[in-house]
Design a protein around this ligand. Structure first.
Ligand code: KMH
Ligand code: ZN
Length: 280
């Protein structure tokens, strides 16, 4: 059944430098302003990477807790912390992200080349993330960068059971150099493989760089949801840098409305994903 559209904003990421992308939100104040404005436009989930005083990616526990608390205080967004961090982050720090008590956390389903780097996600690390999230009632978003990651997810759920909340939601991150391309045929292939996952599994998709628009249109047409933000693209159109995350969310909302699948409210998104209401 086709529903409204879940819109996730991924405003910062770990890859772009503030010096090169001045509009990137890197301070807590910048993140909060972005979060509030994106929520007002129609985003329901925020996928969060944080930065230190030098605007470098960090998984500092104090900052993560402060960020979760501040986002909860000023918005009703579902707070999803990245457990992926930066490619240089050690596994222990990535697991410790869960200690900050987010509503959701990402869980990447396999290792891949990531441009010139390697994004390491060993099987045992994935199992650790999944089971710790089950124990703490944190809802995972399984990040799928390549088709084999879906096979790994099927194996994970078969061996260790459903995630907290009982609902499976995956996010296709397409167009990373080293992962699946950001194309409609690749999304169609991924959707074939998705059939082997539990009934009712939902998906969102995001295309890196110039694949943003084709992936967004393909996902909407296939009944999927959307992730957009400056983590994934810093160019709005050829020769036009992104001015703000709000510009990207507004475009996604426009496309969703054209598809007659308007943005889900935060309450509807909680219902879809199995995330408890705030304060529960
Ligand atoms: N920054 C990438 C290495 C996630 O947030 O879980 C990993 C990433 C995925 O962004
Ligand atoms: Zn991320």
């Amino acid at each position: 059944m086709t529903t409204g559209t879940l819109i996730t904003v991924a405003p910062t990421g770990a890859e772009s430098a503030k010096a090169e992308v001045p509009a990137l939100p890197v301070t807590l104040d910048e993140l909060l302003l972005t979060a509030k404005e994106c929520e007002a436009l129609g985003a329901a989930v925020i996928h969060v990477h944080i930065r230190d005083d030098e605007a470098k990616p960090t998984l500092d526990q104090g900052r993560l807790r402060e960020t979760v608390a501040a986002l909860r205080e000023s918005t009703d967004l579902i707070v999803q912390l990245s457990s992926g961090g930066a490619v240089t982050d050690p596994e222990a720090d990535r697991l410790a992200v869960l200690d900050a008590g987010p509503d959701m956390a990402s869980c990447t389903m396999g290792t891949l080349n990531f441009g010139d780097d390697v994004f390491l996600n060993r099987w045992e690390f994935i199992v650790d993330l999944h089971t710790r999230m089950q124990e703490r009632g944190i809802v995972p978003e399984y990040e799928i960068f390549d088709l084999g990651h879906l096979t790994a997810l099927q194996r994970l759920l078969g061996k260790y059971g459903l995630p907290a909340g009982g609902h499976v939601h995956v996010d296709f991150v397409m167009g990373v150099p080293g992962g699946m391309p950001g194309t409609t045929p690749a999304l169609v292939a991924a959707l074939q493989a998705l059939r082997d996952l539990p009934e009712g599994t939902t998906f969102s998709a995001t295309g890196i760089g110039r694949s943003t628009i084709p992936v967004m249109l393909a996902s909407l047409s296939a009944g999927g949801h959307l992730r957009v933000g400056m983590e994934d693209t810093v160019t709005y159109a050829k020769g036009r840098p992104v001015e703000s995350n709000m510009q990207l969310v507004a475009r996604a909302v426009g496309f969703a409305q054209l598809a007659q699948r308007p943005p889900l409210t935060t309450a509807e998104a909680r219902g879809l994903l199995g995330v408890p209401a705030p304060g529960r």
